[in-house]
Write a protein that binds this ligand. Structure first.
Ligand SMILES: O=C(O)CCC(=O)C(=O)O
Ligand SMILES: [Fe+2]
Length: 205
């Protein structure tokens, strides 16, 4: 495994870790899964629909409505279990996430040309000792990361297709978000756009 670039303590980036073939296989798997577990623009507890369309893979999926954010065993629209996490992602987690405890959720975010994700912490998981492993596919994202307080200074970087990054240790609860995507920067996703996958351990190990 190549050495990551550590941009902030606990935030590691592996630029171009995934080959074009591996990227294509993941997009295909995710689009197939989306036919079974349709992506939705969930409402936040504040009542606004997110600009990012989301679905999940694995035993647990992330959903949100007026009652709040949570992990659920079933897709809220279909009532069905979420599709399985592809083996390539389980292998990636074993290498860069945790060698012993597998991920139990893979969030799938679809960004159209106007989509963004406001600055937030990933804190719906039971045990922050497990990292969040993020995979970028398709159009480049302008990503922002700060510290564990909303007021901390932030820095901006680009996440391109095939890049893998990890929030762990001191950055596990760092505020982060996507300011915008750069439409047309990649031809990977049919019809354009960006897909972000985050592997997580939502329940205690
Ligand atoms: O799309 C990204 O790069 C970040 C996604 C994210 O922060 C999340 O799903 O919690
Ligand atoms: Fe996040």
């Amino acid at each position: 495994m190549m050495t990551p670039v550590s941009l902030v303590p606990g935030f590691d980036l592996w630029p171009g870790l995934l080959s074009p073939d591996a990227q294509r296989a993941l997009v295909e798997a995710v689009l197939e899964a989306s036919a079974i577990a349709p992506p939705a623009n969930y409402a936040t507890p504040y009542g606004k629909a997110m600009s990012v369309a989301m679905t999940s893979l694995g035993p647990l999926g992330w959903t949100s409505d007026a009652a709040g954010y949570r992990y659920a065993e079933r897709h809220p629209g279909t009532g069905q279990a979420w599709p399985a996490i592809p083996q390539a992602l389980l292998d990636l987690w074993a290498a860069l996430g945790d060698p012993q405890v597998p991920p139990d959720a893979c969030l799938v975010n679809f960004y159209g040309p106007e989509a963004r994700m406001g600055l937030h912490q990933d804190r719906d998981e039971a045990d922050p000792r497990f990292p969040v492993l993020s995979i970028s596919l398709g159009d480049t994202a302008v990503f922002r990361i700060g510290g564990t307080s909303r007021k901390d200074p932030t820095r901006s970087l680009r996440l391109s297709s095939g890049d893998v990054c990890r929030l762990s240790g001191p950055a596990r609860l760092a505020f982060h978000g996507v300011d915008r995507i750069l439409p047309g920067s990649s031809r990977l996703v049919p019809g354009g756009g960006r897909i972000n996958l985050t592997l997580r351990r939502a329940r205690a190990g």
